[in-house]
Design a protein around this ligand. Structure first.
Ligand code: SF4
Ligand code: SF4
Length: 182
């Protein structure tokens, strides 16, 4: 995040966990810099970073999709400004990009039925129609959405969701919850 791009949005200082990098470049999932769905201790005003000039590199380098679009001079619709929308979209890392996976983090104060309404429904549907998988982090619940055949499937990860523990060798079983109301 960068003040110049983000203004006084700080949603990514609350919703995702932030992990320190280990010497070998992998993330240290055992000692998060900040926890999932909790305000970072350095965001006391909730309008800016108290240690802005010294914020960790991972914060300096992070741009959600909206911020990235502004950075590249082709801004998304203002409805996607995370301060207003209460959610942000991101591709977490190279591995997730290769898997065709997009993540959405949404504030627990906003119900994620927003994705069934304009303008967000078109955005989400386009992603799924183009073969992307969407991981939705909503409060402490985590869902996967993907198009299977001509159906839109929803899967729920068991709680508590453990970041960094999902891999090919150790998949997390998911419950299919087609059409549930949550
Ligand atoms: S959520 Fe996006 S717009 Fe908001 S502070 Fe983070 S990077 Fe910037
Ligand atoms: S260190 Fe600053 S930029 Fe990073 S999450 Fe905390 S408040 Fe946000």
């Amino acid at each position: 995040m960068s003040k110049d791009i983000c203004g006084d949005c700080t949603l990514c200082c609350k919703l995702p966990p932030i992990f320190n990098e280990k010497r070998d470049g992998t993330l240290d999932y055992d000692k998060p810099f900040k926890e999932f769905n909790e305000w970072c201790k350095n965001c006391s005003t909730k309008k800016g970073c108290d240690i802005y000039d010294d914020r960790p590199d991972i914060c300096k380098g992070f741009y959600c999709l909206y911020a990235q679009s502004k950075l590249e001079g082709d801004p998304m619709d203002e409805a996607f400004y995370p301060k207003k929308s209460k959610f942000f979209v991101t591709i977490e890392n190279e591995a997730r990009l290769k898997e065709g996976q997009v993540s959405i983090y949404i504030d627990e104060t906003r119900h994620y039925d927003v994705f069934t309404k304009a303008p967000y429904n078109t955005f989400v549907k386009n992603l799924l129609d183009n073969g992307w998988k969407i991981i939705l982090n909503a409060g402490k619940k985590v869902y996967l959405y993907q198009k299977i055949g001509n159906r839109y499937a929803e899967f729920k990860y068991p709680e508590p969701f453990v970041f960094g523990k999902r891999n090919v060798a150790n998949p997390i079983p998911m419950e299919i919850v087609f059409g549930s109301k949550h």
